[in-house]
Design a protein around this ligand. Sequence first.
Ligand code: MN
Length: 207
Amino acid sequence: MVSDKDPLEPYRGKRHFDTTAEPSGVGGQAGDEPSFVVQIHDARRMHFDFRLEVDGVLKSWAVPKGPSTHPGDKRLAVPTEDHPLEYREYEGVIPRGEYGGGAVIVWDQGTYRPLGRDRPGRAATFGEALAHGHASFWLDGTKLRGGYALTRIRNGDGDEEAWLLVKEKDSAARHDGPATPDPRRARSARSGRTLHQVSQDEAAGDG
Ligand code: MN
């Protein structure tokens, strides 16, 4: 389904680009393989932002507890507005008072490949599989690896739309050890910095 509506309109509508250094989304380049990024966002409530490149934008979910490497864990994922592709490189501090004010690091980044088994019959593309409420995919990140699935568990009419992000049972699954890092100690896959260090750099004027 092709819509004339700019998918990034809600994203732009929430932000003041003269105040925040987040990208306005005018020049994103798609690569050969679709990308994914997981950011840690120290906003009003700490959360992970899980984003998959689909049809020229980053489809996005806020995952309060973050993705788990253990297949038994079901992690709540609440959809947020589509983000521009350039957002996969964004780390910095969103000014206080702006939408999502707080520090952001790129915790993980890489590419993914759709796992085709959701598709026959109903969905012709990965985007359609998501629109139908279920998609599975293989992540090749610097930290996350293996199959994951996103499944819609609650529709958005009248209530907050909700999904689950679950690690699939495969060779990359873990069954012990920490399933998700402590967000305050975790380091950026791009710069090696913690949230705290990104805040300090920004305050020093070289963020
Ligand atoms: Mn966020």
